[in-house]
Design a protein around this ligand. Structure first.
Ligand code: C5P
Length: 251
């Protein structure tokens, strides 16, 4: 069949992809004076590794970083502070509000059906091959998709320091980022969650609340989120391994 603009698959292929990086968190669990996205990792801030994974990819039209009101680090430390395709939006009280603000800014640059890849500023080890796998999935899956990894450990639900139940792990996944949805759908989903007074901790959760079933794309477990001090040397190790194997952000 010849591809035409009336063919929904070829029409989807022509949609642009944007990256939205929520970076307005203060990193309470990390407990450093500097928010974790600005800590130095292999010679540059964590957030710069997150942006580098996308910004020179041929499928990426541009990037929005969402910064906290009292952010005193971005302008002085990020190598992308004056990049022509990196735009800034103001942060919100929770991650979902920050993402929502970023979507408002994107609405002035992007079409409703363009893809938005939301990626945590604190995830510096995204592999180019995993990003490509996600982008490829979007060509067939208009509801959207996210990188995820099946859970290998046995999972317990507990309270008061004791086990209440063992949760069967067979169908459990860790939800990572990027998580990719069309701009219009993600905006509707986050508004719907907000109107229901729900604070969702990832973007897929908001889309799920609309009754949709986003696609789980199996990525690699080294796409860690810097959360605790011991994660920083681990991330440095993963970046070095990826560079040696030629599968990291420097591909
Ligand atoms: O706190 P957590 O690690 O879940 O944050 C995930 C991402 O969301 C981080 O990149 C953080 O900077 C961002 N975030 C945000 N606005 C908030 C809280 C977190 O942009 N209010």
């Amino acid at each position: 069949m010849t591809a035409s603009s009336s063919d929904p698959v070829s029409a989807r292929r022509s949609l642009r992809h944007w990256v939205l990086i929520p970076a307005a968190g203060v990193g309470r669990r990390f407990g450093a004076a500097v928010p974790k996205q600005y800590l130095s990792l292999a010679g540059r801030p964590v957030i710069d590794h997150a942006i580098a994974a996308f910004i020179d990819h041929p499928a990426i039209a541009g990037c929005v970083v969402v910064l906290g009101e009292s952010d005193g680090w971005w302008a002085d430390t990020s190598g992308y502070a004056n990049h022509p395709r990196v735009h800034r939006a103001p942060g919100g009280a929770e991650r979902c509000h920050s993402v929502r603000n970023g979507l408002d800014l994107l609405a002035g640059l992007a079409d409703e059906q363009d893809w938005v890849l939301v990626h945590d500023a604190a995830r510096p080890c995204l592999r180019r091959t995993d990003l490509d796998l996600l982008l490829d999935t979007l060509q067939r899956e208009p509801v959207g998709a996210l990188l995820a990894v099946p859970i290998a450990d046995t999972v317990k639900r507990g309270s008061g320091g004791r086990i209440d139940a063992t949760v069967p792990r067979a169908d459990l996944w860790r939800a990572y980022t990027p998580q990719a949805f069309q701009l219009g759908l993600l905006r509707r989903a986050l508004d719907h969650a907000d109107a229901s007074d729900l604070v969702v901790t990832d973007d897929a959760s908001a889309v799920e609340l609309l009754g949709e079933r986003p696609v789980l794309v199996e990525g690699h477990a080294d796409n860690i989120k810097i959360t605790r001090p011991e994660d920083l040397p681990l991330a440095e190790f993963h970046l070095a391994q990826q560079q040696n194997a030629g599968s990291g952000t420097v591909d």
